[in-house]
Each structure stands twice: as structure tokens, then as C-alpha cells.
Design a protein around this ligand. Structure first.
Ligand SMILES: Nc1ncnc2c1ncn2[C@@H]1O[C@H](COP(=O)(O)OP(=O)(O)OP(=O)(O)O)[C@@H](O)[C@H]1O
Length: 274
């Protein structure tokens, strides 16, 4: 029997004025599964993420985390309940060191809130944990640097470290390698692959790059005009009409173009229209 879903959306919908940006999306995500969310620009992927993580309220539908209805919960209480979203660097403290950023996340997970000063014994324990996580994300040598001094790629790695420290039930990444150099991106993708290998966490990944998706995803869902257009095994979904249309620009509502007619003696002088 497949494991019970850790995250579910039922009929999740948001309207902006007359525009339905996310349209009755019903989907479930299981522990240990990496699901890529794809679709053309404006399809509703980021808005779907915002509805799940609580950045915007739903117009209709529900979000369930580990069987609990969190539809009306604030973003911060969703984080405490186990939703871990990478926020494109907005959840870093730029003037603190790399180590302090991760320590604060460890503290937050332990329910001690964000405190810079704590008991000496706690302090040693938290520092050791933070350093172990930093080694995992290949940032150990930069532990004492302030965040503001890091490269963009290292800041993205730190974000993954902070999520690991929070130990969420569900990891959410929205284009995690955007803006990274060619040598930095594989490190973050390897980290995500390692998270996938770790027991029992669901990973949601919004991504445009098909090679990344092909390598990491167990399943792909496709959003199109806000609605769920496909959901299945990567190979099957990539070959589907809806993905071919979205990524190769073929408009499936139009009939296939007729092959250009062979020039005939009657069409003298006319160039065939291709
Ligand atoms: N706060 C908002 N107010 C009004 N319209 C919005 C708002 N947020 C998103 N939209 C609209 O909802 C639609 C979905 O946008 P969204 O950013 O979720 O798409 P996306 O699939 O993530 O696109 P991209 O791949 O370009 O990031 C778009 O038409 C967008 O303009």
C-alpha cells in the first residue's frame, strides 16, 4: 500500500479579480517522493506554492499537512507544523554569520524561538549541529563569514542548510538554481537529491529545466492555466501532449499544419507557403 500523503490540496483555488490563477487543484504528495511542478510562464506554479505555504489565502479548497487542515493557518504556523519553503534568500539574516543563521534555525526547530544568546551547554550542542549541517551542504569552511559576503550560490546552499535545520515534513523549492553559475547549480541539485534519499520527506520542486527534472523527479505534475493538466511518471508526462505544447510551443487547439503542396505546373511562379 502506498504511504499516506503528507501533504494534500483539495480543490485549491485562488481568484485575483476575475482571473483564476489556481483552479481547483486536487493533488497529494507522499513522504519520500520528489514531485516536480511544471507548466508555462503564468501557469500558476508559484501561486500554488504560495497557497500551500500560506503567503496568500485561498479563495476555495483546502490544504492538509499530515492529516491536519492548515488552510486558514498563518505562514509561520505552517512552517512550525512542518512546511519548509526556500524563499529565494529572504529568510536569511545577512549581517549574521553562516553558522549563526543555521543555529537560529536549529533553535527554532527545538521550539526555543530565535535567540542569539542561550545557555553555554545548549550553545555547544547547537553549534555542533549547525556545523554538521554546514558540512553536509559544503559550507563548513565559510561558517564564520557573514551571509552578506557569500556568493549567490553559497547563499542558496545556506538556505538549504536552514531548511535541513528546521527538519520539515515537506521541502518546497521554487527554481532552486535560478541565477546560479554552471558550477554552483549541480551542488544544490546534489543536495536536493540527497534530501530525497533521506527517509520520509516529500519534496516539491518548481523547475523549468527538463534535464534537472528528468534527473530528480519521481513524478511530475503539470499546471496549465491554473488547473492540473497532467500528473504521472516523468517519462509519460514529458511525452504527453500538454508538456509538448507547453515546452515546444505546439498549440494543440490548432489542427496540425498541412504539408506544403508540391509545386505543380498550374502553380507556375507561385512560391509554396510553408
Ligand atoms: N497577487 C497577484 N495578483 C494578481 N494576479 C496574480 C497575482 N499573483 C499571480 N498572479 C497571476 O496569476 C497567474 C499565475 O502566476 P504564477 O506566478 O503563479 O505563474 P508561474 O507558473 O509561477 O509562472 P512563472 O513560470 O513565470 O514563474 C499569472 O497570470 C499572474 O499574473
Amino acid at each position: 500500500m502506498p504511504p499516506a500523503p503528507v501533504l494534500e490540496t483539495h480543490g485549491l483555488t485562488v481568484r485575483f479579480g476575475g482571473h483564476v490563477a489556481v483552479d481547483a487543484v486536487t493533488c497529494a504528495f507522499a513522504p519520500g517522493e520528489l514531485v516536480a511542478i511544471v507548466g508555462p510562464n503564468g501557469a500558476g506554479k508559484t501561486t500554488y506554492f504560495n497557497l500551500i505555504s500560506g503567503q496568500i489565502p485561498a479563495s476555495a479548497g483546502t490544504v492538509m499537512l499530515a492529516g491536519r487542515d492548515i488552510t486558514r493557518a498563518s505562514a509561520s504556523s505552517r512552517t512550525r507544523a512542518g512546511l519548509g519553503r526556500a524563499f529565494q534568500l529572504t529568510n536569511l539574516f545577512p549581517n549574521l554569520t553562516v553558522r549563526e543563521n543555521v543555529r537560529l534555525a536549529c533553535q527554532a526547530r527545538l521550539g526555543r524561538g530565535f535567540r542569539l544568546f542561550s545557555l553555554a551547554s545548549d550553545d555547544r550542542e547547537l553549534t555542533a549541529e549547525a556545523e554538521a549541517i554546514l558540512a553536509r551542504v559544503r559550507l563548513a569552511s565559510l561558517a564564520g563569514q557573514t551571509v552578506a559576503a557569500l556568493s549567490h550560490g553559497d547563499q542558496r546552499k545556506l538556505e538549504v542548510a536552514i531548511l535541513i535545520a528546521l527538519d520539515p515534513l515537506v521541502y518546497m523549492f521554487d527554481e532552486p538554481t535560478a541565477g546560479m553559475s554552471a558550477d554552483e547549480a549541480p551542488v544544490v541539485l546534489d543536495l536536493i537529491a540527497e534530501l530525497k534519499a533521506d527517509a520520509g520527506r516529500a519534496i516539491l520542486l518548481v523547475e523549468h529545466k527538463m534535464d534537472v527534472i528528468g534527473k530528480l523527479a519521481d513524478r511530475i505534475i503539470v499546471l496549465h492555466n491554473g488547473a492540473l493538466a497532467a500528473d504521472g511518471e516523468p517519462a509519460e508526462v514529458i511525452a504527453s501532449d500538454v508538456v509538448q505544447e507547453a515546452y515546444l510551443g505546439r498549440d494543440l487547439t490548432e489542427p496540425a499544419p498541412e504539408p506544403a503542396p508540391e509545386p505543380t505546373p498550374e502553380s507556375t511562379g507561385e512560391t509554396p507557403h510553408v
